[in-house]
Design a protein around this ligand. Structure first.
Ligand code: ATP
Ligand code: SKM
Ligand code: MG
Length: 169
């Protein structure tokens, strides 16, 4: 069993939003590894970061991703930093992976609407977001079989692009 498509990308790229719409269009279940980690830990992702630290979160995330890749046959959204784990990147080599890209300005604007992103709550979210994009863009591209721009594009338009890029089944 394998997810029909795995979504990766920076915070605010729309993995959750687009993933839910995409799953509806495909008539498949949607799963999000951030939700899985929070359920396993019994607390929010923000609380895991604050109380247990980022390394603890990353270890839980790596396990949650491996489990979901093995179990889920619908649409799977990974956490924004999941590709940092080498094991995860290796596992993704066997899957259909869509990279939802978002530019710096739009990413900062979208994530600024929420306080639920522990990595982006510091004094300079723009600088943090830029550093995150610089470090991760090569990793998203390494695992992706398809890249879709989301800047100034409605979620439904992004969904249509992902659908058009999926291999026939
Ligand atoms: N294509 C889009 N156009 C405009 N707004 C969008 C688009 N995609 C997502 N958004 C908005 O951006 C915000 C973040 O989206 P979402 O939570 O889906 O991102 P995410 O990639 O799942 O982030 P995270 O990695 O933090 O889980 C939400 O308010 C959502 O409505
Ligand atoms: O980009 C990141 O590193 C993160 C993104 C979110 O999906 C969560 O997994 C968490 O807030 C960390
Ligand atoms: Mg999300």
């Amino acid at each position: 069993m394998s997810p029909r498509v795995v979504l990766v990308g920076p915070p605010g790229s729309g993995k959750t939003t687009v993933g839910q719409l995409l799953a509806e269009r495909l008539g498949l279940a949607f799963r999000d590894t951030d939700v899985d980690v929070a359920a396993t830990a019994g607390k929010t992702v923000s609380d895991i970061f604050t109380q247990d630290g980022e390394p603890a979160f990353r270890a839980m995330e790596e396990q949650a991703v491996a489990t979901a890749l093995a179990e889920h046959d619908g649409v799977l959204a990974l956490g924004g930093g999941a590709v940092l784990a080498e094991r995860t990147r290796k596992l993704l080599a066997d899957h259909v992976v869509a990279f939802l890209n978002v530019g710096l300005a739009e990413g900062v604007r979208r994530t600024g609407l929420s306080t639920a992103r522990p990595l982006l709550t510091g004094v300079n979210p723009r600088a943090t977001f830029k550093a995150l994009l610089d470090a991760r863009l090569p990793l998203y591209r390494e695992v992706a079989t398809l890249e879709v721009d989301t800047d100034h594009r409605e979620p439904q338009v992004v969904v249509a692009d992902v659908l058009a890029g999926l291999p026939a089944r």
